[in-house]
Write a protein that binds this ligand. Structure first.
Ligand SMILES: Nc1nc2c(ncn2[C@@H]2O[C@H](COP(=O)(O)OP(=O)(O)O)[C@@H](O)[C@H]2O)c(=O)[nH]1
Ligand SMILES: Nc1ncnc2c1ncn2[C@@H]1O[C@H](COP(=O)(O)OP(=O)(O)O)[C@@H](O)[C@H]1O
Length: 206
């Protein structure tokens, strides 16, 4: 039987909603069935981050070379640094029948939508804008001015949520993960239903 190509799962949403937190929780679960696509970035590693585990850390020059060679499925400039998804890894993993999981900001997700129409797009939403502000403040990695510009940006990003296949509210991390896992299972069932092999089943002589 022909192996079904893996899904491309894209998790996106505004800064501070909890994308990184939810992704880390999903990948810490022993039964996770997706492959995480490690992104390329020009930002410097933070304390505790490891090259080729958290990101492939690149110079600006090397990153621009990857762009010009068409090696990235998508890329975006975010707060002064480039971030991008390696194209070969995504294709090879999907071709091997494994699902690939991207955790990327919204500009990048828009590019993936154009290039991969059969992708599964999940928007992670905050319970409210005030809770989003609280999370950004609580993380303590940005100044007040940057937090305000992220909130302004988030208002625009929230308007884009209806372009996504699913909206998952990140009220509690565990619950958000459960919803994402349920969506992926449901999407597999839906896509397999329209696979040719089920039509072939009807030709069986029993
Ligand atoms: N477009 C795009 N965004 C990415 C990629 N990898 C990470 N990001 C996003 O870049 C943003 C900044 O990431 P990072 O510097 O690790 O900071 P943090 O996630 O806010 O702690 C986050 O919104 C990530 O989801 C990528 O490959 N492409
Ligand atoms: N469900 C949640 N409830 C409360 N706080 C959360 C939740 N999810 C994430 N956070 C916190 O919100 C902040 C932003 O989360 P982070 O994962 O860095 O967001 P993003 O990757 O979307 O920018 C972090 O301090 C994180 O611990």
């Amino acid at each position: 039987m022909r192996k079904q190509r893996g899904l491309l799962i894209v998790l996106s949403g505004p800064s501070g909603v909890g994308k990184g937190t939810v992704r880390k929780e999903l990948f810490s679960q022993p039964d996770t069935n997706y492959e995480y696509s490690i992104s390329m970035t020009t930002r410097l590693p933070r304390e505790g981050e490891t090259d080729e585990v958290d990101y492939f850390f690149k110079s600006r020059e090397d990153f621009e070379e990857l762009i010009s060679q068409g090696k990235l499925l998508e890329y975006a400039e975010y707060v002064g640094n480039y971030y991008g998804t390696p194209l070969d890894y995504v294709n090879q993993t999907r071709d091997a029948g494994r699902d690939v999981f991207l955790e990327i900001e919204v500009q990048g997700a828009e590019q993936v939508r154009e290039k991969v129409p059969d992708g599964l797009f999940i928007f992670l939403a905050p319970p409210s804008l005030s809770e989003l502000e609280k999370r950004l403040t609580g993380r303590g990695t940005e100044t007040d001015a940057i937090i305000q510009s992220r909130i302004t940006e988030a208002r625009k990003e929230l308007e884009m949520m209806n372009l996504y296949d699913y909206v998952v509210e990140n009220d509690e991390v565990e619950r958000a993960c459960e919803r994402i896992n349920a969506i992926v299972i449901a999407e597999h069932c839906k896509r397999e239903r329209v696979e040719k092999r089920y039509y072939e089943m009807l030709k069986e002589n029993v």
